[in-house]
Design a protein. Structure first.
Length: 489
């Protein structure tokens, strides 16, 4: 019986590992509304950019690592306080938080390439699209092969239906392989955005899913018209080069509307709301705007010093840079172009000497820029103007043991007990108030313990016993309460 009971209890109770929320833990995830980190002032600027700003060294390092040696797992970079390795963050419709980020587009413009051949060499020429009038070319002469990269001027384009003024645009003209005579070209545009994510930390690894990405607006000063009818740039100083006021914001995982106001208030910050914006034939933008006021967490910005410092760094990386081979030894060029070329140290291609084989494609260049912008976004999120106080808050789940009851194991005995109780209830109802003629339903069992008094001789043999049994019924005797069995006529 003990063994049977023990087995039953083991099957009835199920012990499993589970997670229990720990409300005392402080869990945070990196995010920011404003990115302002910049290097020092280099000197006076022009127009709305009153100063020339240097690159911010930590951002330079993040950009370099992202392009040359990308990081796959940002858990330790973004998450704080998730000691158990399992954390969740409150959400609405799957969205947990929003943050300023850097996004990119790489567009194939190989159709703009033109080749010109003479008796000694072939020149490959690329004139970039309207709005970025930069001419890029390289020649194929003897054993030389050039993989050329040049920065272009910034220009307006489209991204997911939104007007976009980029942080910078980089144009690349290249061969996909060392021995290929076919050239390809690509425009890669970088721009600040507001990204919205769903997120969780599971088994010590951060899992983020991008749900929405909206480019920030270009927040340059208005262009005004003087009395003589000419046009000149307004020289009003604005702290941000990019800014956007959104219709909603995420507060502790809850999506709440953002209502702007025309009147200032202590808890609101100023934002220039564009009323009109037009481009003229010379490529100049004409805009007018009004001052509007929003809650701090409804406004997303990148400051002028931060943006101009990044532009300067991209010029250093890609402006008029050439990657080439002398046909016998290593490819020459800076480390950024080498990373884009993806040199294969094991390969040789139709030549002797040290290995120089490499290859690239528009897809691989797009992947390289994605790695770089992920690293830049990580730096922006962890170095926002608000500090860690502005980070998203979550909950940590600790591992514990949970006890579950397997109800199917007790279903059969419960049903049998219920049916037995129902049977007894029906018996009671059927014999209700029948005290003088109570019928003993188990009469055969009763006769094992009590004699049956019959007014005839004791039966002799089986035949007489059978005859008496057929004609005799028994019940408890009257009201005496005795258990003596009597003949019922």
């Amino acid at each position: 019986m003990t063994a049977l009971t023990g087995f039953f209890s083991q099957q009835l109770l199920l012990f499993e590992d589970c997670a229990q929320r720990t409300d005392t833990a402080i869990v945070r995830l990196a995010r920011t509304n404003n990115y302002t980190a910049a290097g020092g002032i280099l000197g006076p600027g022009t127009g709305g950019n009153w100063m020339l700003w240097a690159e911010y060294a930590p951002m330079v390092a993040a950009t370099t690592v992202g392009l040359i040696q990308p990081i796959e797992d940002f858990t330790n970079v973004f998450a704080r306080g998730c000691d158990s390795g399992n954390c969740t963050f409150p959400s609405s419709d799957g969205a947990s938080f929003s943050t300023v980020a850097i996004s990119h587009i790489c567009e194939d413009i190989s159709g703009l390439i033109r080749q010109y051949t003479n008796y000694s060499h072939t020149s490959t020429v690329l004139t970039t699209p309207e709005g970025a009038p930069t001419r890029l070319n390289y020649s194929d002469h003897r054993n030389y092969s050039d993989f050329s990269v040049m920065i272009t001027s910034t220009h307006a384009t489209k991204y997911r239906g939104h007007d976009l003024f980029p942080l910078h645009t980089i144009t690349l003209l290249f061969r996909e392989r060392f021995a290929s005579n076919d050239s390809r070209a690509v425009n890669c545009t970088l721009f600040p955005t507001v990204n919205t994510y769903s997120v969780k930390v599971a088994n010590t690894r951060l899992e983020e899913t991008l749900l929405e990405s909206i480019p920030l607006d270009f927040d340059y000063p208005d262009i005004t018209t003087n009395l003589a009818g000419g046009e000149e740039e307004g020289l009003e100083w604005r702290p941000n080069l990019f800014a956007l006021a959104t219709d909603y914001t995420m507060r502790d995982g809850i999506k709440e509307p953002c209502a702007g106001s025309a009147d200032p208030a202590p808890e609101l910050v100023k934002h220039y709301k564009v009323k009109t914006e037009e481009w003229d034939e010379e490529g100049k933008i004409h805009r007018t705007s009004t001052q509007w006021y929003y809650p701090k967490d409804c406004l997303w910005t990148m400051s002028q010093p931060a943006a101009w410092g990044l532009r300067r760094h991209f010029d250093t990386m890609f402006h008029e840079q050439i990657l080439k081979s002398n046909g016998l030894s290593l490819i020459e060029g800076n480390a950024y172009l080498r990373a884009l070329w993806r040199q294969d140290p094991e390969g040789r291609e139709n030549m002797t000497g040290p290995p120089i084989k490499g290859q690239t494609s528009i897809a691989s260049i797009d992947e390289s820029f994605r790695n770089m912008t992920r690293a830049m976004t990580a730096f922006i999120r962890t170095h926002g103007a608000e500090g860690e106080e502005g980070w998203a808050r979550g909950y940590m789940w600790a591992n514990t043991t949970c006890v579950y009851v397997r109800w199917e194991w007790i279903a059969f005995p419960v049903v049998m007990i219920a049916l037995t109780g129902l049977f007894l209830l029906l018996v009671i109802i059927d014999n209700w108030k029948v005290e003088s003629d109570r019928l003993w339903k188990s009469s055969v069992l009763a006769t094992l313990f009590c004699e049956v008094d019959v007014e005839r001789d004791r039966p002799k043999g089986k035949e007489e016993m059978s005859e008496i049994a057929k004609s005799t019924g028994v019940s408890l005797e009257g009201k005496s309460g005795r258990l003596r069995m009597v003949v019922r006529e």
